[in-house]
Each structure stands twice: as structure tokens, then as C-alpha cells.
Ligand binder design. Structure first.
Ligand SMILES: Nc1ncnc2c1ncn2[C@@H]1O[C@H](COP(=O)(O)OP(=O)(O)OP(=O)(O)O)[C@@H](O)[C@H]1O
Length: 355
């Protein structure tokens, strides 16, 4: 979309003063750059500051300090209508007495656009969203998923520089969420609109994003593509927040080119890492449950828990003084382990990440 804009957040903070005169540091000096056309998810646990950040972008909340640039303009002190953003809300926020067509047209009429342009843009959006057949229905005659599509259409029809999403799918059931997630991504890629999306659902963030921003206690912990975040988490918080992670320790022996040679319980692994550690330093390593190779024989452990998940099995294994998790797909001839059985395995060097 030609109007699609960049966003730059600079040293942004938000401190709320509560009724009891206490300070809540909801957002702590964050910095973030978003390219035009990018789909970025703000992801983190409840209370981490993602909604506050989004509301500051929209102009519903004013920053305590810092700048927000949309395009080339610092909008931090502008009212919402001056910012070239549109928001898709969790509760759809549709007008109950207006039909789909009128709901989508509302924002354009407010801008006093000529009626023929309103008609053209609403019809184009209805077509894009494959909703022509619904145009005369009112919200109460539609399912939650359909209403959410109207809410999305209302944002898209405005052709804003940035489209903001506040957990738009959280009122939908699991299956519909996945369907709508794919739909949002498809439409966003088609129109190329810069999108910032708040969620606490990691699979939603993985499925939607060009870039994920992991937030925790008002800070940004890491920014990266879904693959980067998953394969190279910066710290234990990120590793545990995205997917499942076994954190085990190893002892650094030396460096061999781009590899660190690390001793893990008596077995040496060459692990790619650009971090500098001294000899014998103990480091924390992340190993994903699916990266443990059960055809290997370097280690063994006792199965303490088994969970059959259909396509894969999850095992909790007693391994030295800790529990680790192994997950693997279930080919027809794969042995199924029972509780208290011994299982052998190795770690795959290329799947180990040094924190
Ligand atoms: N108006 C307010 N007054 C005081 N504190 C607030 C206000 N709004 C938010 N907070 C606090 O700021 C922190 C961040 O809240 P925020 O809503 O941004 O988190 P969140 O990551 O979006 O969480 P959730 O996923 O639960 O919506 C929380 O501790 C919250 O209690």
C-alpha cells in the first residue's frame, strides 16, 4: 500500500499514578523500529506493557517521556485522529444498528469524503474481505468470526499508515482463531499495510509476524523474526516464553573458529556462538525438546512422564539433577516408552544455543 508508514519508538516510557498515589512503570524506556509494510507482534505475559505501548501508538494514552514517529512525524503529542492509524479492537466495536456496509463506510463518511469515493472504497474492501454477501447484515446476524472480519475491514478501508490490533482474536474459539489469523496475514500481505499487533498468544505471534517483540515488565527483551527468537533466544525468559525450552548447563573448554567447544556432562559439543567466554566458565544452554535425538546414545535418563499428543509424544526425563523434556514425532514403527523405562539420547550440536 502506497500509504504504508514506518514507525520509530524512541526512549518511550509510561508511568501511571494509581489512585493510592503509587507509581506503576508500565513501559520503561523502550526503543523500536518498524519498517513500512512490516507485521510486528508485541508479545509478552499479562501486565508486561504491550497494550499500553499500543495505546500510546494510537494516541489513547500519552507517553510520560519519549517520541513516537509515524512516517517522518513525531506524533507522540497528537490526538488519535491526527496520527494516520486505525485500530482493530478485541470486542470488534461495531455499531449494532448499522449494517456491514454502513459500519465499514462510517469512518470515511466522518472524513467527509465524496459519496462516490466512499462507495468505491467500501465496495473494494468488501470484495477484498470476500464479504459482499454480508453487506446488508447487522452485527447481531453474524458470527464472532464474521464480526471480526468487519472490524478488520473497518480498519483497512481507512488505508491508514499503520494498522493497530489489540488482541483481536481473543474472543474466538481455537479453530476460528487459527483461521482468522491466516486470513489477517493474507490480507495484510495483499495490501502491504504496516501492522502492529498485541497478543499474549505465542503461536499467534509466530504465525503472523515478520518480527516479534518480546516484552517483559515494561522492557523489550528481544526483537527478531520468529525463527531468530525461537532458535536464538537472548535469555532464559525469551527461551521459556516462546515454545518449550530445556535449560541445561555446560562448561566452556575452548574456541574453535566460530564454534565454542562445550562439555555437557562429559560429552564435548561444538556449538556455534559469537559470545566470548573464558575457559571453564559455566554457561546456560537452551535445547528445544524436539532437538533431542533419541537415536543417539550419549546419555540416558528415566522416563518420568509420558504425554501422547497424537502427532507427537512428549516425555519428561530425569536427567542428572533435573527434568528435561523430549518431544518427537510418532512414526508408525517408533518405540513408545513407558514410565520408569530408560531412554537413550544425544543432543544435536546445531540445535544447542548458548545463552
Ligand atoms: N490506567 C492505568 N492506571 C494504572 N496502572 C495501569 C493503567 N493501565 C495499565 N496499568 C498497569 O500497567 C502495567 C502494564 O499494563 P498493560 O495493560 O500495558 O499490560 P499488557 O501487557 O497489555 O497486559 P494484558 O495482556 O493483561 O492486557 C500493568 O501493571 C497495569 O496494571
Amino acid at each position: 500500500m502506497k500509504n504504508s508508514k514506518r514507525v520509530a519508538i524512541k526512549n518511550l516510557t509510561k508511568t501511571f499514578i494509581t489512585g493510592e498515589n503509587k507509581k506503576v512503570h508500565a513501559v520503561k524506556n523502550i526503543n523500536l523500529d518498524i519498517n513500512p509494510g512490516e507485521f510486528v507482534c508485541l508479545l509478552g505475559p499479562s501486565g508486561c506493557g504491550k497494550t499500553t505501548t499500543l495505546r500510546m501508538l494510537a494516541g489513547f494514552e500519552s507517553p510520560t517521556t519519549g517520541q513516537i514517529e509515524i512516517g517522518d512525524e513525531d506524533v507522540a503529542r497528537l490526538t488519535p485522529d491526527k496520527r494516520d492509524t486505525a485500530m482493530v479492537f478485541q470486542n470488534y466495536a461495531l455499531f449494532p444498528h448499522m449494517n456491514v456496509y454502513e459500519n465499514i463506510a462510517y469512518g470515511l463518511k466522518l472524513q467527509k469524503l465524496p459519496p462516490n469515493e466512499v462507495k468505491e472504497r467500501v465496495e473494494k474492501t468488501l470484495k477484498l474481505m470476500q464479504m459482499d454477501d454480508f453487506s446488508k447484515r447487522v452485527p447481531s446476524q453474524m458470527s464472532g468470526g464474521q464480526q471480526q472480519r468487519v472490524a478488520l475491514a473497518r480498519g483497512i478501508v481507512m488505508e491508514p499508515g499503520v494498522l493497530l490490533f489489540d488482541e483481536p482474536l481473543s474472543n474466538l474459539d481455537a479453530k476460528l482463531r487459527i483461521h482468522m489469523r491466516d486470513e489477517i496475514r493474507k490480507i495484510q500481505q495483499k495490501v502491504g499495510i504496516t501492522s502492529i499487533y498485541v497478543t499474549h498468544d505465542q503461536s499467534e505471534a509466530m504465525g503472523l509476524s515478520d518480527k516479534i517483540v518480546i516484552m517483559n515488565e515494561g522492557n523489550i527483551e528481544q526483537v527478531g523474526t520468529p525463527l531468530e527468537i525461537y532458535q536464538r533466544p537472548k535469555n532464559e525468559f525469551v527461551a521459556n516464553f516462546i515454545g518449550k525450552a530445556n535449560i541445561i548447563s555446560g562448561k566452556v573448554k575452548n574456541r574453535d573458529g566460530k564454534y565454542l567447544i562445550i562439555d555437557i556432562y562429559g560429552v564435548e559439543y561444538a556449538i556455534e556462538s559469537d559470545k566470548n567466554y573464558s575457559e571453564n566458565e559455566i554457561v546456560n544452554l537452551v535445547i528445544r525438546p524436539e532437538a533431542i535425538d533419541i537415536s543417539g546414545k550419549d546419555f540416558s535418563g528415566i522416563v518420568k512422564k509420558t504425554i501422547f499428543m497424537g502427532a507427537h509424544h512428549e516425555y519428561e526425563i530425569e536427567f542428572f539433577d533435573k527434568r528435561i523434556e523430549i518431544s518427537y514425532n510418532n512414526p508408525i514403527n517408533q518405540k513408545i516408552y513407558e514410565k520408569e523405562e530408560t531412554i537413550s539420547f544425544s543432543f544435536e550440536s546445531r540445535s544447542i544455543h548458548v545463552l
